[in-house]
Design a protein around this ligand. Structure first.
Ligand SMILES: NC(=O)c1ccc[n+]([C@@H]2O[C@H](COP(=O)([O-])OP(=O)(O)OC[C@H]3O[C@@H](n4cnc5c(N)ncnc54)[C@H](O)[C@@H]3O)[C@@H](O)[C@H]2O)c1
Length: 251
């Protein structure tokens, strides 16, 4: 098992890629603190882990709020005794608008959850990872942090910011044996993607434009990359944005 005796905290674990990672990390032996703003659904994730024979703790928290982030980390450490892995995955798509139509509140909300949330998640977890003698942090960025998407001023800026935070943290904490990497997924079939499509099925022409493989990915295909980054399999990887986009950005 790749994560035996490790404690992993995963945000956004009620749905999509975060839920998938919670289940896969637990299968690989990790004790999982599953965190989400949706307390009921994240309890469901934890119950699925326990039913499958694993160990899990469900925590309701809003990653944009400092007191919630401090509480989720403190509860994890007091419950499991240590913290080794943090997957800062929670995020929102926000409202898509060109600059002149994007309200300041729309911009601020996306930055608060997607960027400030990752900053807080690292700021308050890092002392515990140092105490544990090292660890791995995985931050969920997006290819939208690398290329422009129309209507995505807030979302693209937030995800580019996540890549920047990842590099700075890797630089500052490498000497403590802490690795910090980002994942940049392309189009993944999750509730977020379904909301963006307003419940419509994927448009085959759009899929051809956004993946040379001609399909979207399943959440597990990203969760397995998170597992790689969480485990010793990626022992020399740090500060890197891992593009997992089915070839969206090859041209
Ligand atoms: N789906 C995609 O195509 C795609 C592509 C690239 C990056 N991403 C990113 O991947 C991450 C996961 O997305 P997903 O597609 O699995 O979405 P999702 O909507 O299925 O899951 C996101 C989870 O985050 C939680 N969440 C939202 N705001 C929160 C907050 N303030 N505090 C705590 N939890 C909160 C939600 O309740 C939800 O359970 C996000 O950061 C997203 O930006 C998604």
């Amino acid at each position: 098992m790749k994560l035996a005796n490790k404690v992993a905290l995963i945000t956004g674990a009620a749905s999509g890629m975060g839920k998938s990672a919670a289940l896969i990390f637990a299968q690989e032996g990790a004790k999982v603190a599953a965190v989400d703003i949706d307390g009921q659904q994240v309890q469901q994730t934890a119950s699925e882990i326990v039913k499958a024979g694993g160990q899990a703790l469900a925590i309701r928290a809003d990653v944009s709020k400092s007191e919630d982030v401090q509480r989720m980390i403190n509860e994890t450490v007091s419950h499991f005794g240590v913290l080794n892995i943090v997957y800062n995955n929670a995020g929102i798509e926000g409202d898509s608008n060109f600059f002149s139509n994007m309200t300041e509140d729309q911009f601020d909300r996306v930055i608060a959850i997607n960027l400030r949330g990752v900053f807080l998640g690292m700021k308050y977890a890092l002392p515990h990872l140092i105490k544990a003698g090292g660890g791995s942090i995985i931050n969920q960025a997006s290819i939208a942090g690398l290329v422009a998407v129309r209507g995505g001023a807030a979302y693209c800026a937030s995800k580019a910011g996540v890549i920047a935070l990842t590099r700075v943290a890797a630089l500052e904490y490498g000497r403590y044996n802490i690795r910090v990497n980002a994942i940049c997924p392309g189009a993944i079939e999750t509730p977020m993607a379904q909301r963006i499509r307003k419940g419509q099925p994927p448009d085959p022409r759009a899929i051809q434009r956004i993946s040379v493989l001609g399909r979207m990915a399943e959440p597990e295909e990203i969760a397995k990359v998170a597992l790689f980054l969480a485990s010793d399999d990626s022992s020399f990887a740090t500060g890197a944005p891992f593009v997992v986009d089915g070839g969206w950005t090859v041209s």
